[in-house]
Design a protein around this ligand. Structure first.
Ligand code: ADP
Length: 366
């Protein structure tokens, strides 16, 4: 079973081994970091939790197996998807924090309960180790109210918490810091637009290290076109579809989340690799899907350049942002023609796990 490291001595030496846990509905991904060197000691994942025929019946069992095979750790950083307005920064987990994360679950019913399963299992097997929750939404807490309040009756915000929250915060924050390092400038002096383009896609305006607007909203459905999600849409389309197809709210959500986006438009795939191959072979639907994808990104970059009052760099990250030159080139083509000083274009691999480890480390060190 897992060993604990004596925290007092480690803190004095500023040396810790931080385990990061990303607990999803049927999987647990982990990485063990040596901090502050950032070296990965071990990483892996456990899949098919609770699925038919799997020998791992629940997260507790998964976590028990995972911890059994790990060397000593000093602290754990957990990814938690939704922190609502409760959590604006990483926090040490205790019973009160757990019940608040539970309360946030109504806003992320697919994610927060799975994240909590991981937290509870760790608390069961390793009681005396500090555990830190790091929230996907936290980086966007700096949005001003005029950016996060929707044009709905204000009471819905107060009663139901309906507002823009934004997601992928850990990734946007990480690449913003890395961009400042690359540019050799203080983050405090920079205006950045960070584009996280993976299966889920979001784009954030970062001024002086703070998120001032972001494309995902109340849920991760708003904004850019994504692999299977529609992104921005006239809300009247939703009720129109429900009436025309006589479908339930659940079925409508399913169509918007799983059957739309790149796969919905192209009818080929949600995978940009397959789509760009089809595009090169002259497939018209693949071309249209990629054009919509690119057009939305360009539109957001234009809007965010305006609200930032200028732009020092655009940062591309995640599967598509890091690897698909065709998308990056199309996004940037002629985009800054009118600007006297051209912004830098940076490609920076995201590393959400390292950011979680770093935030857990910094919190515990303090
Ligand atoms: P997730 O959001 O699930 O973490 P990724 O960040 O891996 O997903 O992004 C998935 C998208 O990135 C897919 O559209 C895929 O085609 C594209 N992608 C991932 N890796 C590569 C690669 N090496 N070359 C080209 N495209 C890639």
């Amino acid at each position: 079973m897992l060993q604990l490291l004596p925290l007092g001595r480690q803190k004095r030496n500023n040396f810790m081994k931080i385990l990061t846990i990303n607990s999803g509905s049927s999987s647990i991904k982990y990485q063990l970091f040596d901090m502050p060197s950032k070296r990965i000691i071990k990483k892996g994942f456990i899949e098919n939790i609770g699925e038919r025929g799997s020998r791992i019946k629940d997260h507790q069992e998964g976590m028990r197996l995972l911890l059994k095979n790990l060397p000593a750790v000093s602290a754990i950083g957990h990814r938690v998807v939704h922190g609502a307005e409760e959590f604006r920064q990483p926090i040490l987990i205790d019973k009160r924090v757990i019940s608040k994360i539970k309360r946030c679950s109504k806003l992320a019913p697919l994610h927060n309960p799975a994240n909590l399963e991981g937290i509870q299992a760790c608390r069961k097997f390793i009681k005396d180790i500090p555990q830190v929750a790091v929230f996907d939404t936290a980086f966007h807490h700096s949005l001003p109210d005029f950016a996060y309040i929707y044009g709905l009756p204000y009471g819905y915000y107060k009663r139901f918490g309906i507002r823009k929250y934004g997601f992928h915060g850990t990734s946007h924050e990480y690449v913003a810091h890395e961009a400042a390092n690359k540019l050799g400038k203080s983050l405090n002096k920079l205006r950045l637009i960070t584009c996280h383009l993976g299966n889920g896609c979001s784009i954030t305006a970062v001024r002086r290290g703070k998120s001032i607007d972001t494309s995902m909203g109340f849920t991760p459905l708003e904004g850019l076109l994504m692999g299977t999600r529609c992104g921005d849409l006239d809300p009247a389309v939703v009720t129109y579809l429900q009436r025309r197809l006589k479908i339930s709210a659940e079925k409508t959500e399913y169509i918007l989340n799983k059957k739309s986006g790149l796969i919905g438009v192209s009818g080929i795939s949600n995978d940009m690799r397959r789509l760009s191959r089809a595009y090169r072979k002259g497939n018209k639907k693949a071309k249209l899907a990629i054009e919509i994808f690119v057009y939305r990104i360009r539109k957001y970059i234009g809007a965010y350049t305006a609200i930032l009052g200028g732009l020092d760099a655009v940062v591309f990250t995640a599967g598509i942002g890091e690897n698909q030159n065709i998308v990056r080139n199309k996004v940037c083509q002629g985009l800054f023609l009118g600007l006297k000083k051209k912004p830098k274009i940076l490609v920076i691999p995201t590393n959400e796990e390292l950011m979680i480890a770093k935030q857990a480390y910094d919190l515990i060190k303090r």
